[in-house]
Design a protein around this ligand. Structure first.
Ligand code: NAD
Ligand code: LMR
Length: 331
């Protein structure tokens, strides 16, 4: 067997953690030939219940799972990690915006950024899920000068999956026919789910659906506010779909992207599409494999889309301003 890929997961004892660990252990991330080792971080009071989840992992007898360790110390959980998935933090409650979590969750990412810098493996990739995920990613990155900018990601794949599903439902086609859906910007209500460049069976989505008002009045708000709708209905924030999107994010980065497809993830802006450099902003990406990614160039942006892209960038700037005191030297 080849060497295991080391995946560190924070908040492993929470809702998303419970939906995530078993799928990673089963081989859903790196394929059926690649063993994995899980390195789980929780706060001290959650370790006993995480112990029960670890018993269940053992009871699955996953052939690819070579090792599971749990700790309440970030340096231990992140040691030699190839991937770190930052899930740990408070979820929002009904009526809150994701940005309302910024002062509660932001401080978690100063220490975890430092621990990634000190302890993670030389090729570590970091995916932030905990909200507000773009700005938490920025905080962690700012404390990890040794980890290059192209290794940091925040999750907007759940938004992309939501958008893809809504378009497929409206068009009455299988989800697999819908491609090139982009989420631009922040994982928040200001995100822009770009339907204009999306394709249904290779044809631009607006040409198939021919109903601009559906896109602007129903589709965009449904996708942007779906997290809140799930919280209202379930009494808890999305967990299985979030874990699924975290799997998709890592898998999309790890495996080469087919040439006629792309996927959305927030990365450190290099100024592409006029988005201020350094913001953690969601773009359309393609991967050459092993997380060597690039932003898809020349996606058409009209005046309406431009305004939406800029509004989400402005929101990210104000989130960054709100956590100025938490930012480290490596912005
Ligand atoms: P949860 O409350 O069920 O689990 C969170 C876990 O994090 C808990 O077990 C808690 O003990 C742990 N935790 C708290 N502080 C920690 C720390 N400092 N170190 C390690 N672990 C810590 O919440 P959940 O439903 O699993 O959601 C987790 C986060 O993911 C929330 O912030 C939520 O808003 C976010 N989320 C993001 C997306 C997205 O699309 N980006 C989707 C869904 C949820
Ligand atoms: C989601 O999009 O479901 C998550 O970010 C949870 C939330 O607070 O909306």
């Amino acid at each position: 067997m080849s060497t295991p890929i080391r995946v560190a997961i924070t908040g492993a004892g929470g809702q998303i953690g419970y939906a995530l660990l078993f799928r990673i252990a089963s081989g859903a991330l790196f394929g059926p030939d690649r063993p994995v080792a899980l390195q789980l971080l929780e706060i001290t009071p959650a370790l006993p219940s995480l112990g029960g989840t670890i018993m269940e992992l053992e009871d699955c007898a996953f052939p690819l799972l070579t090792e599971v360790k749990a700790s309440d110390k970030a340096e231990v959980a992140f040691a030699d990690a190839d991937w770190v998935i930052l899930v740990g933090g408070l979820p929002r409650k009904d009526g809150m915006s994701r940005a309302d979590l910024i002062r509660a969750n932001g401080p978690i990412f100063t220490g975890q950024g430092k621990a990634i810098n000190e302890a993670a493996g030389p090729n570590v990739r970091v995916v932030t899920v905990a909200n507000p995920c773009n700005t938490n990613c920025l905080i962690a990155k700012s404390h990890a000068p040794k980890v290059p900018a192209d290794r940091w990601f925040a999750m907007t794949m759940l938004d992309q999956n939501r958008a893809t599903a809504q378009i497929a439902k409206k068009a009455g086609v299988p989800v697999s026919s819908v491609k090139k859906v982009t989420i631009w910007g922040n994982h928040s209500d200001t995100q822009y789910p770009d339907y204009k460049n999306a394709e249904i069976a290779g044809v631009p989505a607006p040409k198939v659906l021919r109903e601009d008002s559906w896109f602007t009045e129903t589709f965009i708000p449904t996708v942007a506010k779906r997290g809140g709708a799930v919280i209202k209905a379930r009494g808890a924030s999305s967990a299985a779909s979030a874990a699924n999107a975290a799997i998709d994010t890592v898998a999309n980065l790890y495996h080469p992207t087919p040439t006629d497809e792309w996927f959305s993830t927030a990365v450190v802006s290099d100024g592409s599409y006029g988005i201020p450099s350094g913001l953690i902003y969601s773009f359309p990406l393609q991967s050459r494999g092993d997380a060597a990614w690039s932003i898809v160039p020349n996606v058409p942006i009209d005046d309406d889309a431009r305004k939406r892209l800029d509004a989400s960038a402005a929101e990210l700037i104000s989130e960054r301003d709100a956590v100025k005191d938490l930012l480290g030297p490596a912005l």
